[in-house]
Design a protein around this ligand. Structure first.
Ligand SMILES: Cc1cc2nc3c(=O)[nH]c(=O)nc-3n(C[C@H](O)[C@H](O)[C@H](O)COP(=O)(O)OP(=O)(O)OC[C@H]3O[C@@H](n4cnc5c(N)ncnc54)[C@H](O)[C@@H]3O)c2cc1C
Length: 320
């Protein structure tokens, strides 16, 4: 299994549209151990675009270069949360922005690059400059609207040092796997290293074992007798958006028991509705993805409720 991340479970994510957690959900359904899925890393500064399901990343190097986070009134609010201001670490900045948005009721905060040397900025961050420009933001004069967005899933299908899951002969690597290497939070750029190392290990181990494996030959064809082509795509698209909003509001950067319990009730409702649809309709990629996203959401919520300690990317106000 090498199906990538789970970011699409959230309303704001830097992940591509395919990051719907299919591998984690499929593995869970056949009984694989899933571990530390509650540790979701949020990138503090993704470009805020109200209707985009995947958002463009404004690298943290931009803050390292001197850009300042400000709220709508121009206040450098980060100093209310940490003495390092905009240069505080990823988790602290993401949590501070989350608190600021909840306190002010605004949709985004801003990254002010207007005071920076623009020639140097263009040289160091040409893609950011051009992407912003395409969206009508000239960083020389305009503040960049930003929000925190789900960026990396530290947990997933639990594997050993050879990439073996708890299911016989099922290997996993990359973002869908939990190797233990990232702990409670991933350090920037460790994910690609992990993916390479564990893909190599998993490939070598499976090559060793492949001769001994007897593959089942009588896998029946998919039987969709008695199911119909649903003319109600809105049921799928609406539930996807509802799930993403619910996860963004209740199970994102800052969690609490009451929000998690509320989320659990909502996700069960979405599960019942979607399973009914799954049993009665001809399957489609959209329906399968929704079903998988609901499973991943359920796992994040239940694992969060079980966790009794704040650590790394996990923060529950009831555990402070
Ligand atoms: C904007 C951004 C910037 C990043 N920057 C860095 C960085 O600088 N350094 C770093 O180390 N990491 C970075 N990461 C994280 C890193 O890119 C990912 O963790 C990594 O690419 C995951 O690799 P993967 O092979 O597990 O998954 P992916 O590269 O996502 O590949 C998964 C593949 O599985 C396919 N797939 C999914 N579901 C199905 C299905 N049901 N059936 C068939 N195929 C399916 C997908 O189409 C895709 O091809 C970044 C991530 C993002 C989003």
């Amino acid at each position: 299994m090498a199906s990538g991340g789970i970011g699409q479970v959230y309303g704001h994510t830097t992940n591509p549209k395919v990051a719907t957690g299919d591998g984690v959900a499929m593995a869970y359904r056949i009984g694989a151990d899933i571990k530390e899925i509650e540790f979701v890393q949020f990138h503090p500064t993704a470009l805020y675009e109200p209707f985009a399901s995947s958002t463009f990343l404004i690298s943290e190097a931009v803050r390292g270069f001197g850009a300042e986070l400000k709220n709508k009134s121009g206040e450098k609010f980060m100093y209310n949360y940490d003495a390092r201001g905009s240069l505080a670490s990823r988790d602290i900045v993401a949590r501070a922005i989350d608190a600021e948005l909840k306190n002010t009721g605004e949709n985004c905060v801003y990254l002010d690059c207007t005071e920076l040397n623009q020639a140097d900025f263009s040289m160091h961050f040409p893609t950011i400059k051009n992407t912003c420009l395409q969206k009508g933001i000239n960083v020389q004069n305009d503040w960049i609207p930003v929000i925190p967005a789900a960026h990396y899933g530290c947990g997933g299908i639990k594997v050993d040092k050879d990439g073996r899951s708890s299911i016989n002969n099922l290997f996993a690597c990359g973002e869908c796997a939990q190797t233990g290497l990232h702990g409670a939070n991933r350090l920037a750029s460790n994910s690609l290293l992990e993916a390479f190392v564990f893909a190599d290990k998993a490939a070598n181990k499976s090559a060793e074992l492949i001769e001994q494996i007897v593959l089942p030959i009588n896998i029946p064809d998919w039987n969709d007798e008695g199911t119909i082509i649903s003319k109600e795509m809105v049921l799928i698209s609406h539930n996807r958006v509802e799930l993403q909003q619910m996860m963004q509001n209740y199970v994102a950067i800052v969690r609490s028991n009451i929000r998690l319990e509320r989320a659990l009730k909502r996700v069960k409702l979405l599960y019942d509705e979607t399973e009914k649809l799954y049993q009665s309709s001809k399957i489609s990629p959209q329906l399968c993805e929704l079903r998988n996203m609901i499973t991943v959401a359920y796992l994040i919520i239940t694992h969060s409720l079980q966790r009794k300690e704040n650590r790394g990317g996990f923060y529950n106000t009831d555990l402070v």
